[in-house]
Structures are given as structure tokens and as C-alpha cells.
Write a protein that binds this ligand. Structure first.
Ligand code: PLP
Length: 362
């Protein structure tokens, strides 16, 4: 039996979207391939609210995250971490010999604009990384407040933002916020299979990258942008054309729903899941900074999550355990991509019944 996915990636993918991946291949250096990539770029610019260049990468989002710290750090990178995915940026820096410091918030809490101000006021950093939506804790960072400080006081700093679990679900107007580099993956709010990453990148970030040595090759943003701008709309190596077909198709669906409607749907699903969690368990994170795409729930049921998920699995669902340090204390429900309110309500009803059944057996 297929278990419907309510985990924060990969998400459930609609059959009509999956079918796109079965289309015949085309030559990746053909005009048709360029037209496909151009269409995707233009649609993504609308979804992301940006005029910046869109680069695609046949990798998961981590590839473009790793490329970003290499390409955009000349002096030192300040990594603001609020959980497992923030820590990953820091590991990427150290693994690549990129000088970096990590500034961590307590689990369940956001990065604040005050923290960013204090760190950048040292003058030591020319690149920062922010996790827009921390999937391990279900925290959504106050990105507008953070960017207001960065734009006003540190205009030369390059801002790299991980929107892997929020782009196309949450509201992230890239140009309005002033994000230089904004990275996402296909398998989360975009509602596609895993295997492709996307970034928007500002011209000034690319100009800066050109002055930096040892950027690597496969995830070199200068190279990726060059192929988009000069070839034009090509990819340096052979991209996953199957993902591109599905992405092109799915972007039409997303734009048809409308970015605002999509955001509203995510907010409404998030509210319902949080209400359920408050009634049946507890919401883990700071109530003023909750994610609209994933909710992290403190497991107060007295039932080990492994048992709960096994029983849910028998009913055709997959929900997620806690991540990293929160593995056994919490569990997570994703409400992202093409998931509907009806599906969320049915899931929560079955989850409540399952908990009661397991509790009565204890
Ligand atoms: C899933 C996730 C990642 C990792 O993305 P991959 O596409 O698996 O490499 C990074 N950051 C956040 C916030 C995520 O949710």
C-alpha cells in the first residue's frame, strides 16, 4: 500500500505531474531544451518575485547551498542557525575551507534582526546565511526584519537564504526582501520529486563571485549563470530533463492557483494543524514564529513515535519523527505543496483516533 506523505519532503506528487517525467528525452543542447529552461526561468521569476537570474541544478538543494558559501564568501561567512539545517550551512563552510562562524539560537527560537545587526557590526563578515524556514523545529524566521537591517546598514554583505522548505508555500518576495541568493528544492513546497535544486542570484552576487578563487566547478554560480545568460538558457552539464518537464508543468499549475492563494492555503492548513496540536499535544516552537509549511509537535501522548507511525502506516499515512536533537521528543506534520485542507483534516482525525486506540491498549 502506498503511504500518503505528510513528511517535510519528499512530498506527495500528483499523478499528472509524475506523468510528465515519463516524456521522451530531447537533446540537451537543442533549441527545445533552451526554450524549456527559459520557460521555467520566467515562471520561477514570477513564483519567487524576482528579476534575478534563475539557475537550475541537477542535485538536491544542498548542492546549491554548498556552492553558495564557496562562491560568495571572500572574507568570512556568518552562519545564523536555528536548527539542523542551519548547522548544515556551517558544516558546508568548514568542509570546503570557507572561513565561517556559527551563531545559534535556542531550538524553537528564530534568528533575530538584533543578532544579525550585532554580528555584522563587527565588520568581519561579507556573506551571511539564513534558514528561512527551519524544517527541524517548524520555525519561520523574521526575514523581512532581518533584511531591513542588512539592507540599511550592511549593503555590501551578500545574503544567502535557504528557502528549501518554504518557497512556493510561504510568501517570499525575493526582490522586495533584497535576497541575493535564494535557494530551494523541488521535493518540498513545489510538489515535485526530489532531484533538482533552484536558486535565484543577483547580478552583484555574480560579479563578486567572479573575484573569488576556488569556487568549485559543478556548483559554481558564475558558470551556471554564464550558461543561462550567454548560451542562452542552457545548463553546463546534462540536466535532469525529466525534472524540467515536470517543473515546467507544475509551475503552470502553481501560477494558475496564484501565489497569494497558495500562501493562503498553506496558512490555513498550518492553523488547523497547530490547533490540533495544542488540543492533543503541544506545539514545540515559539508561537510568534511558526512555520506555515511544517509543524513540529511535542509528543505528549505517552506513545513512542515509532509505534504511532507504525499504526498510522497501517492506515496509509507517513508522518515524520523529530529531526536531529528533537528526534524522540517531537514529531512533525508537513502541510505543504498540493496537500489540501480536506486531506489535512482527514489525517488529523485518523491521527487522533490512532492515538486514542494506542492509549487504550497501554
Ligand atoms: C530539506 C531541507 C534541506 C535539504 O535540502 P535537500 O534538497 O535535501 O538537499 C535544506 N534546508 C531545509 C530547510 C530543508 O528543509
Amino acid at each position: 500500500m502506498h503511504k500518503r506523505l505528510y513528511i517535510p519532503g519528499p512530498v506527495e506528487v500528483r499523478q499528472d505531474v509524475l506523468d510528465q517525467m515519463a516524456k521522451p528525452m530531447i537533446g540537451h543542447r537543442t533549441k527545445d531544451a533552451s526554450a524549456l529552461q527559459q520557460g521555467i526561468s520566467e515562471k520561477l521569476q514570477k513564483v519567487m518575485g524576482t528579476k534575478n537570474t534563475i539557475v537550475l541544478s541537477t542535485s538536491s538543494g544542498s548542492g546549491l547551498m554548498e556552492g553558495a558559501v564557496r562562491c560568495f564568501t571572500k572574507n568570512r561567512c556568518a552562519v545564523f542557525s536555528i536548527g539542523a539545517f542551519g548547522k548544515r550551512w556551517y558544516k558546508m563552510c568548514t568542509a570546503n575551507g570557507v572561513p565561517a562562524d556559527i551563531f545559534e539560537s535556542e531550538l524553537g527560537q528564530p534568528t533575530t534582526s538584533e543578532m544579525v545587526d550585532e554580528v555584522l557590526s563587527t565588520g568581519k563578515y561579507d556573506c551571511i546565511t539564513i534558514t528561512h524556514n527551519e524544517t527541524s523545529t517548524g520555525v519561520h524566521n523574521p526575514i523581512k526584519a532581518i533584511m531591513d537591517v542588512v539592507k540599511a546598514k550592511y549593503p555590501d554583505v551578500i545574503t544567502c537564504v535557504d528557502t528549501v522548505s518554504s518557497m512556493a508555500g510561504d510568501y517570499i518576495p525575493v526582490d522586495e526582501l533584497g535576497l541575493d541568493v535564494c535557494i530551494t528544492s523541488t521535493q518540498k513546497c513545489l510538489g515535485l520529486p526530489p532531484g533538482m535544486a533552484i536558486a535565484s542570484v543577483s547580478d552583484r552576487a555574480v560579479e563578486k563571485a567572479k573575484t573569488i578563487e576556488n569556487r568549485g566547478l559543478y556548483f559554481d554560480y558564475v558558470e551556471l549563470v554564464k550558461f543561462v545568460k550567454e548560451k542562452p538558457f542552457q545548463y553546463p552539464s546534462t540536466p535532469s530533463l525529466s525534472h524540467m518537464y515536470a517543473l515546467d508543468y507544475q509551475l503552470d499549475r502553481i501560477l494558475e492557483e496564484g501565489i497569494e492563494n497558495r500562501y493562503k492555503r498553506h496558512c490555513e492548513m498550518a492553523e488547523v494543524v497547530r490547533d490540533w496540536a495544542r488540543k492533543n499535544c503541544a506545539v514545540y516552537s515559539n508561537p510568534d514564529h511558526l512555520s506555515v509549511t511544517v509543524t513540529c509537535i511535542t509528543n505528549t501522548t505517552g506513545i513512542p513515535f515509532s509505534e504511532l507511525n507504525k499504526a498510522m502506516g497501517e492506515k496509509g499515512y507517513l508522518i515524520s519523527n523529530g529531526y536531529g536533537d528533537l528526534k524522540d521528543k517531537t514529531f512533525r506534520i508537513a502541510h505543504m505543496a498540493d496537500t489540501t485542507m480536506d486531506e489535512i483534516k482527514t489525517l488529523l482525525k485518523d491521527l487522533e483516533e490512532t492515538i486514542a486506540e494506542l492509549q487504550s491498549k497501554q
